[in-house]
Design a protein around this ligand. Structure first.
Ligand code: MRU
Length: 353
């Protein structure tokens, strides 16, 4: 059995959040200290921390940090709305952020309504954020267990973006499945899409796999079709930023293209995500707000300009994969397959509202 090393992207230290600065990897492993909710919001917006589950967890800690600031400065707790809104307005696509902030907000309202003393409120909010973090970690371990049975004893798995320990509380979703398979002794090799423009694959996934000794090859984003055609890919496993009620998936730009290629070549296409990534209030993928990031990210690579000054670039950060292209969605509570509205609603016992 391969032994997989533990890697956690954040830690709490006396009401401050320490986070690995993901902008500096793979060259430098540096921890940033986030002491105010404004610093937490900036870290999410600037992608110092990123990945749908992780920004949810960091958002929750940011909320607790913000309420702590309010209480320490003797301000009114109604100011918490500003904290909530600042954190909410950082990135628009991953629903885990809104899910976690709503949970923290509701917890705060309950504590206020019950007349709980301010210092206890702060303490309870930090505990709630820790709970969200640990729930996410355990969800990932379960996703790994449910998902690894879909991977062959020996084979090549293609993945996109970074869905590992760095994108979550630890372990990972899609990469967590690969980790679990490796830990269980499967002979797995990973094709890592470099994932332009932010290079989460080249910089982060390759770094995680290297750290753990899991065999992998970095490929350019446009290689996938050729590798599939040559019979070199046994399965595609990706994560998700938001899954709607009909099973459509928003994930890193390029995921949709991979799903079309996988379908064409009869290769199973799996999406791994915790249930906190589902947005049942939204019916279909087209209704998901898609983040657009600065053109400069496309016009540069590794800090170097690669296009003429006057060239315009389009930089959608995510795309939508229709449910019909997905073989199965793997969650911590089990599998959804075939992926369609009826099965998603059944899975969540959805009754509307
Ligand atoms: O822009 P990012 O790096 O936050 O995007 C991350 C992704 O698209 C991941 O695939 C997704 O969040 C799932 S992470 C478990």
């Amino acid at each position: 059995m391969g032994k997989v090393k533990d890697l956690r992207p954040i830690k709490l230290q006396e009401r401050k959040l320490l986070a690995i600065n993901q902008l500096l990897l793979p060259k430098e492993l540096k921890w940033e200290t986030l002491e105010t909710y404004q610093q937490v919001a900036k870290a999410i917006k600037d992608m110092v921390v990123r990945g749908a589950p992780l920004i949810g967890v960091v958002g929750a800690y940011g909320f607790a940090i913000g309420v702590n600031q309010i209480v320490s400065q003797n301000q009114d707790l109604s100011k918490a709305e500003e904290v909530y809104n600042t954190l909410k307005n950082t990135r628009p696509t991953a629903v885990n952020l809104f899910w976690a902030l709503d949970r923290m907000w509701n917890k705060l309202q309950k504590l206020i309504n019950n007349g709980v003393e301010k210092e206890t409120i702060v303490e309870t909010l930090f505990k709630e954020a820790k709970k969200i973090e640990m729930e996410d970690y355990h969800a990932n371990r379960n996703i790994g267990g449910y998902g690894e049975v879909f991977l062959p004893e020996k084979g090549n798995i293609l993945t996109h973006c970074n869905t590992g320990a760095l994108a979550t509380s630890g372990w990972g979703t899609a990469l967590g499945i690969i980790r679990t398979a490796f830990e269980n002794g499967k002979d797995i090799k990973v094709f890592v899409d470099e994932t332009r423009p932010y290079l989460q694959g080249a910089r982060l996934t390759a770094w995680e796999l290297e750290y753990e000794g899991i065999p992998h090859y970095l490929i350019t984003d446009n290689s996938a079709g050729f590798l599939m055609k040559k019979g070199m890919v046994d399965a595609v496993v990706v994560g998700a930023d938001r899954i709607t009620r009909n099973g459509d998936v928003a994930n890193k730009i390029g995921t949709y293209t991979l799903s079309v290629l996988a379908k064409e070549h009869n290769i199973p296409f799996y999406v791994a995500a915790p249930t906190s990534t589902f947005d049942l209030k939204t019916l279909k993928g087209e209704d998901i707000p898609i983040e657009e990031r600065p053109q400069e990210e496309v016009k540069t690579c590794g800090g170097k300009q690669i296009a003429p000054d006057g060239t315009q670039a389009i930089n959608y950060s995510f795309d939508i994969t229709p449910s019909s292209n997905i073989t199965a969605i793997i969650t911590e509570r089990g599998i959804i397959s075939p992926v369609n509205r009826e099965n998603v609603e059944k899975f969540f016992e959805y009754k509307g509202g």
